[in-house]
Design a binder for this molecule. Structure first.
Ligand code: 1GP
Length: 241
């Protein structure tokens, strides 16, 4: 099923294909779907093993929610995903991640006819150097400067992007500040995804209250599945209420 973001969507599970065998990824995805996760993102800033396609295939067979490619680079295109986040790392000034990787990926996406979602990807300081910062060779936006972050989000909207992703980086020490989310929400109408370093139901609910439509969670689910489940249930309760 295509991923078509809505306002106040809920939680998304990020699965890194390197972190478990493909069969286990399928089980995880099915359990996540049953607990109320809205989509599965698959991807990583760096892939060391050769099981990306098999992982996507297994997840696809295991659940019905959208399977979305969240690529770290153009070599991560898998034909079985429902949607690819066609990311441009607009917080950075590295042409390779603004347009270079996209040009390499585009003919493959065309060949497979994969649904694309033009996504503005904004990396925001998360209290430590994350893989995405290192691998993309870009500087994150300063977390204490909502005006700069809002200017990037507005530019993305005016460029015709369909989705804004505010990213603190996987395993970030500090998640995206609620004030930044609220400032972007105030200025931009696009659906807003927030991820990186979300570890507690309280933090998750505060982000939804600030204006996030989706929360992407990876590390917490890897560390402690029960804690992840609490976050998902709390967010779904908050969205219903
Ligand atoms: C990373 O936003 C995602 O791209 C998820 O981050 O692994 O910290 O949950 P975590």
């Amino acid at each position: 099923m295509k991923f078509e973001p809505v306002r106040k969507g809920g939680c998304i599970l990020l699965i890194d294909p390197d972190k478990q065998p493909p069969a286990k990824a399928g089980e995880i995805a099915a359990t996540a779907e049953a607990m109320g996760v809205k989509a599965i993102f698959v991807g990583s800033s760096i892939i060391l093993e050769d099981k990306f396609n098999e992982t996507v295939h297994t997840i696809k067979k295991a659940c019905k929610i959208p399977i979305v490619l969240f690529p770290g680079a153009s070599n991560q295109v898998s034909k079985e995903v429902d949607t690819v986040l066609f990311l441009s790392l607009i917080s950075g000034r590295n042409p390779e991640f603004l347009i270079g990787e996209q040009v390499k990926a585009a003919p493959i996406i065309y060949k497979y006819g994969i649904h694309t979602l033009p996504t503005a990807y904004l990396l925001i300081e998360g209290g430590k150097t994350t893989s995405v910062e290192f691998m993309s060779n870009t500087k994150p936006l300063p977390r204490e400067k909502p005006d700069i972050i809002v200017a990037h989000a507005l530019a993305a909207e005016y460029l015709g992007m369909k989705l804004i992703y505010l990213e603190a980086g996987s395993g970030a020490k500090d998640s995206v500040p609620d004030e930044v989310i609220a400032a972007v929400r105030k200025h931009v109408k696009l659906p807003l995804i927030v991820g990186g370093g979300i570890r507690t139901p309280e933090d998750a609910i505060a982000k939804i209250a600030a204006g996030a439509d989706y929360l992407v969670i990876g590390t917490r689910a890897e560390e402690d599945w029960a804690a992840f489940e609490k976050i998902v249930k709390a967010v779904n309760r908050a969205l219903k209420g």
